[in-house]
Design a protein around this ligand. Structure first.
Ligand code: NDP
Length: 282
C-alpha cells in the first residue's frame, strides 16, 4: 500500500513556490500579497488561518490579516472586501469560512474580485471550472487531484466516486476528475447503497465530514482512497483526536494508496493556496 504522505509532498510544492517567489524578487518585483479575513472566534478557523499565514511567511508571500469581531455586520465585511479589491498591493483575498451567524457568505464571496479569489469559490471561477474552462481551482480538490495523479498519471477511463457534493470539495473535485476523463459518480447523504457504490471505485474521494464513515469492506482491492475528512472525536481513553471520513486501519488492508488524517490532504490544501496566490500575482 502506498501511504500518500501529504506533509512531504506539500513540502516539495512549497519549495517550488518559494523558489518562484525568490525569482520574482530577484527580478525586482514585489512579493505576492494575500489578504486574509477572519471574522468571529471559531477555534478551527483561527487554527487554519494561523497555519495559512505561517505557510505564506515561509515561502516569502506577504500576508495581511484582517480580524473582525463575531458581531461584524455584513456591510462592514463587504466594505472591507471592496477596499481589498481596490488595493493594488493585494493580489489574493481569502475570507475564512464559516462566517459568523447573520453574515451571508455567498454575498461576501461573490463580492471578491474574481482575479483575487484565491480560494476559487467565486461563482465566476466555480462556473468556469464546472464548464471545463481554465480557472482558479479550489485548494482542497486541487490537492486531492495532485495526490491522485502521483498514483495515476493518466485518469482516463478510471471509475471515480466522490462522496460529498459541497461547493468547497465534492463538486469541484468531480469537475476536475471529469476534465481528466475519469468516469465520475458523486454521492451524498441521499445516495442509496453507498457501500456498493464505493466498491466500484478505482479512485475514492471522501469528503462527507462523518468520522470513519467508509469501512474497509467498502473499498475495492487496490483502489486509491483520498480521505478529505477532518473530524475531532473523543477516543475510548477520553483523549480528543482527529480522524478522517475513512476507517484508516481497515482501509490500509485493502487500498492500493491511501492518505492519512492528519498529514494527508490538509497540507496540500495550504500548499495550493500559496500556488494560487502566486498565480494571482501574475
Ligand atoms: P459539507 O458538510 O459542506 O458537505 C458534506 C457532504 O457530504 C454533503 O454533500 C453531504 O450530503 C455528504 N454527506 C454527509 N453525510 C453523508 C453520508 N452519511 N453519506 C454520504 N454522504 C454524506 O462538508 P465539506 O465538503 O466542507 O467538508 C467535508 C469534510 O472535509 C469535513 O470533515 C471537513 O472538515 C473536511 N475538509 C477538509 C479540508 C482539508 O483541507 N483537508 C478542507 C475542507 C474540508 P448532502 O449534500 O446530501 O447533505
Amino acid at each position: 500500500m502506498i501511504l500518500l504522505d501529504g506533509r512531504a509532498i506539500a513540502a516539495e510544492l512549497r519549495a517550488e513556490t518559494r523558489a518562484q517567489v525568490a525569482a520574482r524578487l530577484a527580478a525586482g518585483r514585489r512579493a505576492p500579497a494575500l489578504a486574509v479575513v477572519l471574522a468571529g472566534d471559531d477555534p478551527a478557523s483561527h487554527l487554519y488561518v494561523r497555519n495559512k499565514v505561517k505557510a505564506c511567511r515561509e515561502v516569502g508571500i506577504r500576508s495581511l490579516e484582517h480580524r473582525l469581531p463575531a458581531d461584524v455586520t455584513q456591510g462592514r465585511l463587504l466594505a472591507l472586501v471592496a477596499e481589498l479589491n481596490a488595493n493594488p498591493e493585494v493580489d489574493g483575498i481569502l475570507v475564512q469560512l464559516p462566517l459568523p451567524p447573520g453574515c451571508d457568505a455567498r454575498e461576501v464571496v461573490a463580492a471578491i474580485a474574481p482575479h483575487k479569489d484565491v480560494d476559487g469559490f467565486h461563482p465566476l471561477n466555480a462556473g468556469r471550472l464546472a464548464l471545463g474552462w481554465p480557472s482558479v481551482v479550489p485548494c482542497t480538490p486541487a490537492g486531492c487531484l495532485h495526490l491522485i495523479e502521483r498514483v495515476h498519471p493518466d485518469l482516463a477511463g478510471l471509475q471515480a466516486v466522490v462522496v460529498g457534493r459541497s461547493p468547497v470539495v465534492g463538486r469541484p473535485m468531480a469537475s476536475l476528475l471529469i476534465a481528466r476523463s475519469a468516469t465520475v459518480t458523486v454521492a451524498h447523504s441521499r445516495t442509496r447503497d453507498l457501500p456498493r457504490l464505493c466498491r466500484e471505485a478505482d479512485i475514492l474521494v471522501v469528503a462527507a465530514g462523518r468520522p470513519e464513515l467508509v469501512r474497509g469492506d467498502w473499498i475495492r482491492q487496490g483502489a486509491t482512497v483520498i480521505d478529505v475528512g477532518i473530524n475531532r472525536v473523543t477516543g475510548p481513553d477520553g483523549q480528543a483526536r482527529l480522524v478522517g471520513d475513512v476507517a484508516f486501519a481497515e482501509a490500509a488492508q485493502v487500498a492500493g494508496a491511501l492518505t492519512p488524517v492528519p498529514g494527508g490532504v490538509g497540507p496540500l490544501t495550504v500548499a495550493f493556496l500559496l500556488r494560487n496566490t502566486l498565480q494571482a500575482a501574475g
